[in-house]
Design a binder for this molecule. Structure first.
Ligand SMILES: [Zn+2]
Ligand SMILES: [Zn+2]
Length: 298
């Protein structure tokens, strides 16, 4: 309690003796888990709001990170991404697709799928279904690849057979029916790629294949944002820039080194460049957790 941790995690695995060393714990199964991050969803707007920050001289700029920091000539410039509304909505769309795969293709009951906001800019899904608990990494990799559409190949001829289509074939046929002109395209790789891009959920496969992964614990703050990892009951109504803001709105004076504009709790902050500002504590923590500023003691 004297030294509050910046992050709290818990494992997706169940162990017989969880307090012992890793090889003595006795693995008894693990929840099937998924991670979707805004960073990994390709959105056309990304290039317009990419920025970089130099950890050495605490300065930054918009665009892709330079090889050397133009201010101090050091090599500590890091690429930064903050998500805009469009990026956040695209991420939600991928979560919806994931839930659709889990329910429709894997027959998982909606009640067994728990969705969480990660506390940063992504979502976690945790499946509590005993059919998957004992699945080894290989099985989990197959599930992940299926959901990402890896290796999907188009079989348009199935469409005329009149059979009820399932899985990826159903998605492919819906795409072809909805996309005017797509039927004129050849069954080539380009069309396959389009169908996959329109339907796949870009989950992080390294998370799903892990049978002893630690996930941020729901109800705790994300160490790099000060936002809450929280259960999401209604994806439609959830605003990742609002509900997870749980810290105080009391004002505090901060020297902000650099920050593009960002939105929290319905308010716009920044852009800042060597600015002394009075902002709510939740916005200050959001910046300080990334080393972008320091509190000024009055
Ligand atoms: Zn620098
Ligand atoms: Zn964006």
């Amino acid at each position: 309690m004297k030294n509050a941790p910046s992050s709290v995690y818990c494992s997706n695995a169940v162990y017989e003796r969880p307090t012992l060393q890793m090889d003595e714990k006795g693995w008894r199964g693990a929840d099937l888990i998924f991670d979707i991050d805004a960073d990994s969803i390709p959105t056309p707007c990304k290039a317009t709001h990419a920025w970089w920050y130099c950890g050495d001289c605490h300065r930054g700029g918009m665009g892709n990170k330079p090889g050397r920091c133009p201010f101090c000539r050091g090599q500590a410039a890091a690429q930064m991404h903050w998500s805009c509304r469009e990026c956040l909505n695209a991420t939600k769309e991928h979560v919806k697709r994931l839930v659709d795969f889990l329910q429709d293709d894997f027959g998982i009951d909606g009640q067994s799928i728990r969705l969480y906001f990660s506390g940063n800019r992504g979502y976690h899904a945790q499946v509590q279904d005993e059919r998957f608990e004992m699945a080894d990494p290989q099985i989990r990799a197959e599930i992940a690849n299926y959901i990402r559409g890896t290796g999907f190949s188009l079989k348009v001829q199935d469409r005329v057979s009149g059979r009820a289509e399932l899985g990826w074939n159903r998605r492919a046929n819906l795409y072809l029916a909805a996309t005017e002109g797509a039927s004129h395209l050849k069954k080539n790789q380009k069309l396959t790629n389009q169908i996959v891009a329109a339907n796949a959920a870009l989950i992080d496969e390294s998370v799903t294949t892990d049978i002893h992964r630690v996930f941020r614990m729901p109800g705790t703050l994300h160490g790099s944002s000060g936002l809450l990892k929280m259960r999401v009951d209604s994806l439609e109504q959830f605003d990742p820039q609002k509900q997870p803001v749980v810290l105080s709105g009391e004002p505090v004076t901060v020297q902000v080194y650099y920050s593009p504009e960002f939105f929290l709790n319905g308010m716009r902050f920044g852009p800042y460049d060597s600015s002394k500002v009075k902002i709510p504590i939740y916005a200050a923590v959001f910046l300080l957790a990334r080393g972008l500023g320091a509190v000024i003691n009055n």
